[in-house]
Design a protein around this ligand. Sequence first.
Ligand code: HEM
Length: 416
Amino acid sequence: MYPIPREPVADATLSLLSEGYRYISRRCESLDSDIFQTRLMMSPAICMMGEEAASVFYAPGRFVRKHAMPPTALRLLQDVGSVQLQEGAEHLLRKQLFMSFMTRDAMERLMQLSAAHWRARFRRWESLPQVVLLEEAEAVLCRAVCAWSGLTLTEREASRRTAEFSAMIDGAGAVGPRNWRGMLRRARTERWARGVIDAVRNGGLRLAPGSPAEAIARFAGSDGRVLDSKTAAIELINLLRPTVAVARYIVFAALALHAFPACRRRLLGGDEDYLDMFVQEVRRYYPFFPAVGGIVDKAFDWRGMHFEKGTWVLLDLYGTNHDGRLWEEPFAFMPERFAQWKGSAHSLIPQGAGDFFHGHRCPGEWITIELVKTAVRLLLHEVRYEVPRQDLRVDLGRMPAMPASGFIIGNARRTG
Ligand code: HEM
């Protein structure tokens, strides 16, 4: 057996926090290896990157997610008891539930709802000198996904839920006050979501049959029983919150339209194939989740290296999306690269890799792509705006990353 190269430090947590998205790939580069061992948060960890590493990491049955993420991040993302922490038969059933929401008709409905909410925002923008696109996109997506799920919110509730989801997303990658803010908001959202589940079950709230919120409330697990109301609430939140998080890709798409005028000109011509490539490049190029963690469940060997049961492993998502062996000029924004892309399940991995049903790949990938496309079409063809001077830098040491200003736009006028 070969030893796994080791980063020569006592603990690398501070480097991870300061270097953020670049931490793993920089070490891989300096050690000239796709894999290395280190210590993070006082525990031994193996970090790896690249297409082959992704296929090893996402091979069904090899890793589990339980205890693979710091609790501060876990509570603000998937949470204890969620589909992500299930394996085997229970995972498959829950994953089928999430995938059942992704039919063509259902996705079309979500896109129509999001477009209607965008248009309502555009009308409002005309009376305001400036708006922050991140906040606007979160407001649109929260209203659209709640309505799509079958939930009718008052304007006040919609603003509350938006603020809560936003704080959870922003707090997930942080330690300290940003994380605590998210935790506090999470408790409120959970109370609300439990109330929804209980009301559906006791007949106090009637939702359209088959709507996602109704399906989650009625879903029976592998033991044939409905989920306890806390777990059902967690799964409802797991549908709503990440859909609101797509706002971040919409901001990055708007940033790309601003930073790369040639792309914008080509998109203005209405080339739908190019729009598809543009959105894939947005997901590849811009940072979202830096890495995903797993614990080895069954010992295995890879390239002559041994992975013992119980080992903590981190797969670098951002680094793999910028791996020069997979992507020519990986730090250039070039949607055209996707004309040649073969659609490998392990190379473009901002939302996980492998199989949707038998692994932990994100069930929301298709709606993410379509929601960004819908927003880009509307921002290009139905509204004109200015991008005033502001701090658009994206700090790769901050997780999750965003342009510092949240992308301010001004003097918006409808054109459609
Ligand atoms: C899983 C990222 C949007 C729901 C994942 C994973 C990643 C990810 C990296 C894999 C985690 C792992 O391997 O353990 C993202 C990003 C999104 C996004 C960057 C863009 C905003 C969505 C949306 C939904 C969603 C719109 C709504 C359905 C989930 C769920 C899982 C998951 C339920 C757990 C799946 C499982 O464990 O089988 N996501 N996601 N995500 N995502 Fe997303």
